[in-house]
Design a protein around this ligand. Structure first.
Ligand code: FES
Length: 130
């Protein structure tokens, strides 16, 4: 267990380690990115967390960054250096962004599958249970 000081953190990267992403090397991706962050002494600036499935398995390996709100797809270990560069420079990682937060929802990049629509009635029923 750890309780990190996040007062200097500018980017929080959530690496999907769900089963689909893991089959495509998510653990290696996570470790490569963490190694790159540490190598550059950016641990205070960039915080990482492993998650379970983020619900975009077709996009594996997936990562979500906030506060930018960008979702990334198709990440591989070799992206670590350019991905970290993009965070430091506050730029998007070219060709790897799947969704961008606009302040009023997410926009899907061209060529990214829409995915399965959620059954809103089912979601409402489930929501009432909580
Ligand atoms: S396992 Fe990563 S999005 Fe589903």
């Amino acid at each position: 267990m750890a309780t990190w000081d996040l007062s200097q953190t500018k980017h929080h990267v959530l690496f999907c380690n769900g089963s689909s992403c893991n089959k495509w090397g998510a653990e290696d991706v996570t470790q490569a990115f963490r190694h790159e962050i540490s190598k550059r002494n950016l641990d205070d600036l960039i915080h990482t967390t492993r998650t379970r499935c983020n619900g975009r398995c077709d996009d594996r390996c997936v990562a979500v960054v906030y506060p930018s709100g960008n979702w990334y797809k198709g990440l591989v270990s070799e992206d670590a250096s350019t991905f970290v560069n993009s965070l430091v420079l506050n730029r998007d990682l070219t060709g790897k962004v799947s969704h961008t937060y606009t302040g009023d929802g997410f926009t899907r990049e061209e060529g990214i599958s829409k995915g399965i629509s959620k059954d809103l009635e089912k979601v409402k029923k489930v929501s009432k249970q909580y």
